[in-house]
Design a protein around this ligand. Structure first.
Ligand code: AMP
Length: 281
């Protein structure tokens, strides 16, 4: 497994892979890998000749009061997971190589970036789309793998590749959960024991919504209220949003008639967690 930190070296490596006509599967991450990331790497491994994982905590997608500095990092552990998953290249660009002091180009995907997490994290998706566009230009992958865990991010990246005629095919992969239902996240490490228990209200509320919808409830306002009640049983919870939207354009739905995405963001103590579920009737 090659470990490459330099952007130019990475481009040279990619060019030589391409010369041999090999396909490249790409998994962009911020590191501190868990089984959610591993599932993306496993899928990339099955579908491509070469697997590239990037690890880059992208400063441009963090707001001024967010956790960029304290975001968990553990390179050696990540390398071990990558190696065991059959990854060929780990790409770890450094901040100053990705963003020169003169950097002045950003990618904004309008409309779908504005609701849900875009409301409480202004500029976040601009940072995400920009770094993914840069990484796509460097890695020139045939396929890139993203988790449904970050449903809005996945929709934005799909839209970006469509709008900008990018060649990389974006593939969404299912959410991987702990045995008790908590969606895996690098940020779960911030939760203490008590908060970890309270965090289960997120997946519980989604499961509740699913069973209510399957049993015929169509009114989003009722579903949202009931989900809110479940989450509020967690003493340290603060709801950022609970939304029921169209999975394609992320526009709010009021009466459930076809497929919907139920997405939520909740603070448990100081940790902001997201989760979602796609339900079709
Ligand atoms: P991150 O390192 O958090 O930026 O995530 C890198 C990629 O892994 C993104 O495409 C995420 O959506 C995906 N991912 C994170 N957590 C999970 C999970 N629990 N299940 C599936 N994919 C995930």
């Amino acid at each position: 497994m090659k470990i490459i930190r330099d952007v130019n070296e990475m481009k040279i490596e990619i060019n030589s892979i391409k010369r041999y006509g090999k396909t490249i599967g790409f998994v962009p991450t911020m590191g501190y890998l868990h089984d959610g990331h591993k599932s993306l790497i496993d899928t990339a491994r099955k579908e491509n000749d070469i697997v590239v994982v990037s690890i880059f905590v992208n400063p441009v997608q963090f707001g001024p009061n967010e956790d960029f500095e304290k975001y968990p990092r553990d390179e050696e552990r990540d390398f071990k997971i990558c190696r065991e998953s059959g990854c060929d290249i780990v790409f770890l660009p450094v901040k100053d190589d990705m963003y020169k002091s003169s950097h002045s180009t950003f990618v904004d995907v309008f409309n779908i970036s504005e609701g849900l997490c875009g409301l409480s994290r202004p500029g976040h998706f601009r940072g995400v789309a920009t770094v993914v566009a840069k990484l796509f230009n460097i890695v020139k992958a045939d396929r890139a793998y993203f988790g449904q865990k970050d449903a809005q991010q996945l929709a934005i990246i799909k839209k970006m590749t469509l709008d900008l005629n990018m060649d990389t095919e974006v593939i969404g992969c299912p959410i991987i959960r702990e045995a008790d239902g908590l969606a895996m996240s690098s940020r779960n490490i911030y939760l203490n024991c008590y908060e970890r228990q309270q965090a289960l209200t997120l997946s519980k509320s989604l499961m509740h919504a699913q069973s209510r919808i399957k049993n015929g409830e169509k009114h989003v306002s009722i579903i949202k209220l009931e989900m809110e009640e479940i989450i509020k049983t967690a003493q340290d919870s603060k709801i950022d949003y609970i939304e029921v939207v169209d999975p394609q354009n992320l526009k709010p739905v009021h009466i459930i008639e076809g497929e919907v995405l139920i997405a939520l963001a909740v603070r448990i103590g100081n940790t902001r967690l997201i989760d979602n579920l796609t339900i079709s009737i």
